[in-house]
Design a protein around this ligand. Structure first.
Ligand SMILES: NC(=O)c1ccc[n+]([C@@H]2O[C@H](COP(=O)([O-])OP(=O)(O)OC[C@H]3O[C@@H](n4cnc5c(N)ncnc54)[C@H](O)[C@@H]3O)[C@@H](O)[C@H]2O)c1
Length: 280
């Protein structure tokens, strides 16, 4: 059975760990064991809800949970066949992690990052054997969303791309192949739209509820852009806009002032129970 390492047990990491545990053993790493355990608890709660709704039996839930090993130690990833990094959206953090992974993991291990918009080429540039570094970009919530962008840098070998595509397919996801570029495909289109909705809110053009209703009923979006921003995390939305603005250099990518203000206030969306909307 394959061993998959997941780094970061937050919003994305715990979802990715749950998906990966359906096909292999998972080592779930966070900066300390308590946070990694917190990620496993979140998975347990989610699976219990599936059992309550009759969508999963108790034995399957227990099998999935037993396959996930939470730890605060990166060096436990030595036996991994694939690593998916889902830690902070911060280039320096990712560079440091990948340099360490380059030493810890076997030369055959595929090193994937779930970054939303950062340069994977820059992350890979300092890793020994960078041909094994690839973007493996899941969408939120990772347990539900079918798409995974498999992102190739100038270093990535065809063998690594093929292996990543095969693993993603075995997880029941649909991969699309993308050449590395800021925001890849989905976030390059989606997050500027969310940012525009935040500009509209900041300008007082319409209320948060009405902006979301307008896009649900007028554009047939399943969820309004502000509720989606709360789901993604406003810090992540801001980090993506900053990357697009810096890398592509056009005014149309400037982050909305209200987005910055919300992040400074610690109102990050669902994960802090307070964003454009409030959550219990
Ligand atoms: N939130 C989304 O909708 C979404 C979607 C796709 C991709 N992403 C990307 O996934 C990554 C994670 O995002 P998230 O929303 O899960 O963030 P999050 O803040 O919910 O979780 C990040 C986790 O990483 C841990 N962490 C931080 N530094 C670490 C380190 N050095 N080693 C190990 N763990 C560390 C934190 O303790 C935290 O548990 C980011 O790169 C983000 O851009 C996010």
């Amino acid at each position: 059975m394959m061993t998959i390492g997941v780094i970061g047990a937050g919003t994305m990491g715990n979802g990715i760990a749950e998906v990966c545990a359906q096909v292999g053993q998972v080592i779930l790493v966070d900066i300390d064991q308590a946070r990694a355990r917190g990620g496993l608890e979140a998975i347990g709660k989610r699976l219990s809800r599936q059992v309550e709704k009759g969508r999963m039996d108790e034995a399957t839930k227990e099998t999935i949970l037993a396959r996930i090993h939470p730890t605060g130690e990166l060096k436990e990833l030595g036996s991994a066949d694939l690593v998916v990094e889902a830690a902070l959206e911060d280039l320096e953090v990712k560079k440091e992690l990948f340099q360490a992974l380059g030493e810890i993991c076997s030369p055959e291990c595929i090193l994937g990052t779930n970054t939303s918009a950062l340069s994977i080429t820059e992350v890979a540039a300092h890793v020994p054997r960078p041909e094994r570094v690839v973007g493996i970009h899941f969408f939120n919530p990772a347990t539900v969303m079918k798409l995974v962008e498999v992102v190739r840098t100038p270093f990535t070998s065809q063998a690594s791309v093929d292996k990543a595509v095969d693993i993603v397919t075995s997880l029941g996801k649909s991969p699309v192949l993308v050449e590395e570029s800021p925001g890849f495909v989905v976030n390059r289109i989606l997050v500027p739209m969310i940012n525009e909705a935040i500009f509209i809110l900041g300008e007082g053009v319409a209320s948060a509820e009405d902006i979301d209703t307008a896009m649900r009923l007028g554009a047939n979006h399943p969820m309004g852009p502000l509720a989606l921003a709360d789901l993604i995390g406003l810090d992540i939305c801001l980090a993506i806009m900053e990357t697009l603005h810096r890398e592509l250099g056009e005014d149309k990518y400037r982050p909305a002032p209200l987005l910055r203000k919300m992040v400074r206030a610690g109102r990050l969306g669902r994960k802090t129970k307070h964003g454009f909307f409030t959550y219990n």
